[in-house]
Every structure is written in C-alpha cells, then in structure tokens.
Design a protein around this ligand. Structure first.
Ligand SMILES: C[S@@+](CC[C@H](N)C(=O)[O-])C[C@H]1O[C@@H](n2cnc3c(N)ncnc32)[C@H](O)[C@@H]1O
Length: 217
C-alpha cells in the first residue's frame, strides 16, 4: 500500500475508519496492561484518533506516527491544541501538552525514537496494511521497541475473499506468526460487528469480527 493511497484518502476525506468516540475496547482493556504510571504510549499509524486524548488523560505521554500532514493538523485543530512544530530526523514533530505526533513514514522510525515507550496501542493499524507489509510492520516494530513494552491490539477478521482491504482481515494465526517470538498473546474479546457496520455488508462481507488481543513480553 503506497503512501499516496493514504495521502489521497485524507485529501478526499475518505476516513470511515476514524471514530469520534473513544474506543470502547481501549477503555475496557487498557488497565489490564498494567503499565507504569506516566510512561509513554506509542500509537502507530495514529490518524487523528481521539483515543490519544484518552491515553493522555490516563497520565501517559503519547507518541503517534502518521503519514498524512492533514491528519496531524486536524488532530491538533479539532482538539483545540496549539502544537509546536519542529523537524525531527525524517519527520516533522508536532507536540502539545504531552502528545507528540511524528508526521512521516512509520518505517523510518528508529529505536532511538521509541526508547521511552512503555506500551503500544494498535487500533486499525496492522489491519490497514496488506499481507506483505504486515510482516514488515510487525518486524520493524519489534526491532525498534524497548523489550518490556506490552501492546493492546485491535484487529478485524472476516473472509478476505469477500472484500479487498483495507481494512484487511487479520486472523489469530497471523497474529501469532507476527508476534509470538517476542510476546505472549491473549485474545480478550471477539464480537461480530457486521450489524453496526452496514458499509461492510454493502461490500459483500457476511461476518466481521472485531478481535482484541493483549500482547505481553
Ligand atoms: C486505518 S487508519 C487508522 C488510524 C488510527 N489508528 C485510528 O484508529 O483512527 C491507518 C492510518 O495509517 C496511516 N498510515 C498508513 N501507512 C503509514 C505509514 N507507513 N506510516 C505512517 N502512517 C501510515 C494512514 O494515513 C492512516 O491515517
């Protein structure tokens, strides 16, 4: 999936993945990660997710990475935050009040960028990528993350033949293939959310499971 694909989606405001509400699974399961107070949470492929505000309100510093400058700008504008913008390696770094969004390509991140991270929140990030990129994404993430950082992972699973992604279907077997070398993987929740997502039914999907995992080193 090329960068242009996502940049154009943001330009055309085709951002059906964005939620105005704070994610219910985040609120339900985040505490189970038992992160140290005041740690830094990494939100890969963060869009303009308001979940980052919720994480900040829990006392975490938040570090997001996002390709689209429009998404990053919207995040600060819509939440009435006035960021400082500076150059940071391959990224523009937008920061305000404990939230830093690095605008640029996730694959350019280094271990130094993530050295303070104590936890990860992935919602709609792994599933945004096609199969070959998912392996690169999970590999890069695990190479640059501090070893002790647990993750809350929210995925979607459906019959991939019924619809082309994104979002792509990511099943439990693949989650294990991607992460079992470094993490113990606990499925926490599975629910078919097709009834609440008519746009997927219109695209031919007959089952749409939302699945939440806790990954602990
Ligand atoms: C499906 S959206 C999910 C956004 C967010 N996690 C949420 O829950 O709303 C995927 C996001 O990843 C961004 N993205 C895709 N590839 C990226 C990359 N290589 N580096 C940084 N961001 C990327 C896209 O611009 C898009 O905003």
């Amino acid at each position: 999936m090329k960068a242009e694909f996502w940049l154009e989606r943001w330009q055309r405001k085709e951002i059906g993945f964005h939620q105005d509400e704070i994610n219910a699974h985040l609120q339900e399961y985040w505490g189970g990660l038992q992160l140290p107070a005041g740690g830094e949470v990494f939100v890969p492929l963060c869009g303009k997710s308001r979940d980052m505000l919720w994480l900040r309100a829990q006392g975490h510093r938040v570090l997001g990475v996002e390709l689209s400058p429009l998404a990053v700008e919207d995040f600060f504008l819509e939440n009435e935050l006035k960021p400082q913008v500076r150059s940071h390696g391959a990224f523009d770094s937008w920061s305000c009040d404990g939230v830093t969004l690095l605008c640029g390509d996730f694959f350019e991140l280094t271990a130094d960028d993530l050295k303070h991270v104590t936890g990860i929140y992935d919602r709609a990030s792994l599933v945004a990528l096609p199969p070959e990129m998912r392996a690169q994404y999970a590999g890069h993430l695990q190479r640059i993350l501090p070893e002790h950082a647990p993750m809350l992972l929210v995925t979607m699973d459906y019959a991939q033949a019924e619809m082309s992604g994104p979002p792509f279907a990511v099943g439990a077997t693949e989650v294990r293939e991607l992460y079992a070398a470094h993490y113990g993987i606990e499925p926490l929740y599975t629910h078919d959310v097709l009834a609440e997502n008519p746009r997927f039914r219109e695209r031919g999907v007959t089952r749409l499971d939302e699945v939440v995992y806790r990954l602990r080193p």
